[in-house]
Write a protein that binds this ligand. Structure first.
Ligand code: FRU
Length: 469
């Protein structure tokens, strides 16, 4: 499709679709979502020249996984976002089947994007290029073209470059599938972002003591917290366990140590990054004040996503809230970013038996609950969270079969911090030890009621709306 034709079609889609999307009661009140069409991965998350930038995989033309562009928002405070010019459209031979995920860096004052140009051929095969684009004076991006071709020994599934700087050089992790259909993460190095040297595989299926760990690892990200280096990735095809890795595709972290000279990553076991029903393709960035922030897609590919009722209103998916990462005893901790506290309205309290607590307006709510368990939280009879001595069980009905399905978090729970929006619930466990993120589609006004005779202590706040402008 010619660029101008695509742009005209996108503009028309937004003009026609936006009223239905924005007036949908399930459209988020304070999370980021597409004005129309489909949103998936967060891309290019960065604080650049004092402003946050968040790009996103976007199909403006419909709710299918097609025509991927990079939409672009920016914000001074992580709360008030504004629309920026669409950053990348699939209008070159090397990215014609989609400008796929990637990252952003500050290259000596120039905001620079590194993304995957995806090319699908009629015979079903595909290739991928890792490409550069730089910001222009109008706030849009000029493409500089591919800088990395498909490496030897891999299928066409090589994508999602995440780039960072270390000791004056650029490093990149890339998701990949080798010729034996094993998922891998590749490490590359460059002095100038244009010329890249391959340092080999640093993690993946069959490496570093991992057994079979899937056929493709998507969206890797690597960063250091304290003296631990974390690798985040989305390993597709890992085995489901009774209570873990139950989504169509999971997102996971590995903790260890990266030896840059030997290009070797020594790491421990896999951990699920989020135990809820919807979470995928997270990306992190380092802020000027030294915090490691993470944002994820509150969706999962290849599952029941197209059954979500918002598709009938012409939009689908939203981001998670922005989270702040920390570490304790080599584990990754996630908490809602401090900035989100500015959304809180007047604080209220409750102390006493759970089933005597007032029903809470769940539409936009933050709830801080402490206790010993023995409580079920009923979110509008659509999502049920049971807190018992061994952990949590989150239940909802499949949109496809109508059967109840569960997700789990195992371990003693002493505190829950729950963030609700119009069609999402994010549950933070024990000040960041675990998170469960899920979409749900309640009848509105949605209420949260507590069931059970256990004693609880609750602090809660209504949350303000915060729309993108
Ligand atoms: C993950 C993903 C990425 C890819 C992008 C395409 O959700 O499949 O691997 O770059 O989405 O939209």
């Amino acid at each position: 499709m010619a660029s101008s034709t695509r742009l005209a079609a996108m503009l028309q889609a937004v003009m026609r679709g936006q009223p239905a999307a924005l007036s949908d009661p399930h459209y988020p009140g304070w999370h980021l979502a597409p004005v129309t069409g489909l949103l998936n991965d967060p891309n290019g998350f960065i604080q650049f020249a004092g402003r946050f930038h968040l790009f996103y995989q976007w199909n403006a033309l419909g709710c299918e996984h097609k025509h991927k562009c990079w939409g672009h928002w920016s914000s001074a405070d992580l709360l008030h976002w504004q629309h920026e010019p669409v950053a990348l459209m699939p209008d070159e031979e090397y990215d014609r089947s989609g400008c796929y995920s990637g990252s952003a860096v500050d290259n000596q004052g120039t905001l620079t994007l590194i993304y995957t140009g995806n090319v699908k051929y009629d015979d079903g095969s595909r290739t991928a290029w890792q490409c550069l684009a730089v910001q222009n004076a109008a706030g849009g991006f000029d493409k500089l073209g591919p800088v990395i071709a498909l490496p030897q020994g891999y299928t066409g599934h090589v994508r999602d470059p995440k780039v960072w700087q270390h000791d004056g050089r650029w490093y990149m992790v890339l998701g990949a599938q080798d010729q034996r259909h094993q998922g891998k993460v590749l490490l590359l190095r460059s002095a100038d972002l244009h010329h890249w040297e391959s340092l080999g595989e640093i993690a993946g299926s069959g490496l570093n003591g991992l057994g079979d760990a899937g056929y493709m690892w998507e969206c890797p990200d690597m960063f250091t917290l304290g003296d631990t280096t974390f690798l985040i990735c989305c390993p597709q095809g890992i085995r489901r366990e009774a209570q873990r890795y139950l989504n169509a595709h999971p997102s996971a972290w590995l903790a260890g140590d990266l030896d840059y000279d030997a290009a070797r990553f020594t790491h421990g076991a896999f951990h699920e990054l989020d135990a809820g029903f919807e979470f995928y393709a997270p990306q992190t960035t380092l802020t000027a004040d030294g915090r490691r922030l993470l944002i994820g897609w509150m969706g999962v590919p290849d599952g029941e996503e197209m059954r979500q009722p918002t598709v009938a209103q012409g939009w689908i998916h939203q981001m998670t809230c922005v989270r702040e990462l920390g570490t304790r005893d080599g584990r990754l901790l996630q908490r809602p970013a401090t900035e989100l506290q500015a959304l809180r309205g007047a604080e209220q309290h409750y102390e006493g038996r759970a089933d005597r607590a007032p029903a809470l307006a769940a539409e936009r709510l933050e709830l801080l609950l402490t206790g010993q368990g023995g409580v079920t939280l009923d979110f509008a009879q659509t999502l049920l969270l049971t807190w018992h001595a061994e952990g949590l069980q989150l239940k909802r009905r499949s949109l496809e079969s109508g059967e109840w399905e569960s997700r789990y978090w195992r371990g003693a729970v002493s505190q829950l911090q729950i963030l609700c929006d119009h069609s999402s619930v994010e549950i933070f466990i024990n000040e960041g030890e675990g998170v469960m993120s899920s979409r749900y589609f309640p009848a509105h006004p949605a209420q949260l009621t507590l069931i059970g005779d256990a004693e609880v202590h609750a602090r809660y706040w209504p949350l303000r709306r915060c729309m993108v402008e």
